[in-house]
Design a protein around this ligand. Structure first.
Ligand SMILES: [Zn+2]
Length: 485
């Protein structure tokens, strides 16, 4: 079939959408005739978020006014799934897409659907109205398909699911938005939802910086400089405080994005690269969008600035206790920084041992140690009447006889420990449950003196942990603790 006509692609339109409009407007008697004209393999399932291998002449009509690179950046979901990938992986995914070959699906950070839920192409009822006025028809927008975002980033109203499933077993077809739109009630999202959706959309539509080598976790960490979420020297994250404030900030957000402390930790450690989650953290930290889209690290980190300051003050003749006081830091940290010993342990010592011993394969050691670490975590956590302990890197290392900082070389094991990280109050709550149950098992009625003797806690400690106790304890146990206080 000789085709002179090919529709013009609209702003933010998915390639799938323009092909569907082409199919409907061209009057093919059936889908397979159209597929034969467009795709190299007519049996292929049309890719809704990216693109399929197309016949050269069809690709040419599509790329009339832009390069292949631009087509991918402006008309596929590539920027959403690739923006925060490590530099090399980001470029490999881009090349795979540009050449329409290669396994881009496995290179991109496409979040898995929870509980086997299906995703459908979505539309905004108000965008539909505007598109019909401006273009005479509606179309599938990319920015309505951002996983995690439930509302239209422009109008703030809830997006509607169409019946077109993104990853289904349905027979291949091309369906336009016009064929799918129904009359819908317009329901608006709340303020924080709108603010975040707007933030995500602008990040998504910003130009991609393909050459930027900065890892997003380091960038977000550096953006906490000077906040109470970093220690004075800047190397330790106060992740519990961060998490508490973060959850309050996003409390009105419907069940989306980050909800667990260990998930947040993973974003900072570059194990989670999901655009929505990164935006959630960045918006919470007030990072301007332009800055997030062209990430840079400061010339000197907070740690380096701190160390400079310690050395400078020491040179001026101040003693370490005075410096510590002036910088509001601990004496030990200041002293070891001043003596050039801070963090001197190390990777080198562990990996390149003396006498030319073979460097260790830490990835493998990490994997092999995981069951051991899991066992240690279980033991520390306590069960079956055993006294609970706080699960920390220090406690696990001690239990397994690991040298200091060994866990720094084992990210899998470290993540397992972080999953069980808890605040002092959360730990106290577990300790009280243990103590009360122990006393009851001995056939006694718990009173304050017995609980105090077992736990060594003060009454104000117990009061501080009541909210957590209420969450984890049986109502009778909770009431009993209130009664004996
Ligand atoms: Zn809209």
């Amino acid at each position: 079939m000789e085709i002179g006509y090919f529709p013009q692609i609209y702003p933010d339109e998915l390639i799938y959408s323009v092909l569907a409009r082409f199919y409907v407007h061209s009057g093919y008697p059936a889908y397979t005739f159209c597929a034969e004209d467009i795709f190299l393999n007519k049996r292929v399932r049309p890719d809704m978020e990216f693109l399929n291998v197309m016949k050269p002449e069809r690709l040419e009509s599509l790329c009339k006014k832009m390069s292949m690179a631009e087509l991918i950046e402006k008309h596929t979901m590539f920027p959403y799934y690739a923006r925060f990938l490590p530099h090399v992986r980001r470029n490999r995914a881009f090349e795979a897409l540009c050449s329409m070959g290669g396994d881009y699906n496995n290179l991109l950070a496409i979040p898995k659907q929870k509980n086997g839920e299906h995703r459908y192409l979505r539309y905004c009822p108000l965008c539909v109205k505007e598109d019909r006025t401006f273009y005479g028809e509606s179309y599938w927008h990319r920015s309505h398909q951002l996983t995690g975002v439930g509302i239209c980033p422009v109008h703030g109203c809830k997006l509607s699911n169409s019946s077109v499933m993104l990853s289904g077993k349905a027979s291949p077809n091309l369906v336009t938005a016009e064929q799918e739109i129904k009359e819908m009630d317009i329901i608006f999202g709340n303020e924080i939802e709108k603010q975040l959706a707007g933030y995500v959309r602008v990040v998504f539509q910003s130009a991609m910086d393909m050459k930027n080598p900065i890892a997003v976790g380091q960038f977000l960490h550096s953006e906490m400089s000077g906040t109470e979420y970093l220690s004075v020297r800047g190397e330790q994250r106060n992740i519990q405080k961060f998490y508490d404030d973060f959850m309050v900030f996003y409390k009105e957000l419907p069940e989306q994005g980050l909800t667990e402390l260990w998930q947040i930790q993973k974003v900072f450690n570059n194990y989670r690269l999901n655009c929505f989650e990164v935006c959630q953290i960045a918006m919470f930290l007030n990072v301007p969008i332009a800055k997030l889209c062209s990430m840079e690290l400061p010339d000197r980190t907070q740690e380096q600035l701190f160390d400079d300051k310690v050395k400078e003050l020491h040179k001026q003749g101040l003693r370490y206790p005075e410096i510590a006081k002036r910088l509001n830091a601990s004496y030990n940290v200041v002293k070891s920084v001043g003596g050039g010993r801070y963090g001197k342990y190390s990777y080198e010592k562990e990996t390149h041992q003396k006498c030319g011993a073979k460097p260790k394969n830490w990835k493998q050691i990490d994997r092999e140690s995981l069951p051991l670490v899991k066992g240690a975590v279980r033991k520390l956590w306590g069960s079956g009447g055993e006294r609970p302990h706080k699960v920390t890197e220090f406690a696990v290392s001690k239990l397994l006889g690991y040298p200091d900082k060994r866990l720094e070389l084992m990210p899998l094991c470290k993540a397992e420990i972080l999953k069980h990280q808890e605040s002092q109050e959360q730990y106290w709550a577990r300790e009280i449950v243990w103590a009360v149950q122990k006393i009851q098992k001995e056939g006694k009625t718990p009173n304050w003196k017995q609980v105090r003797t077992l736990t060594n806690m003060r009454k104000d400690n117990v009061l501080a942990c009541l909210p957590y106790l209420k969450e984890i304890a049986e109502p009778e146990l909770y009431e009993m603790v209130l009664g004996i206080l």
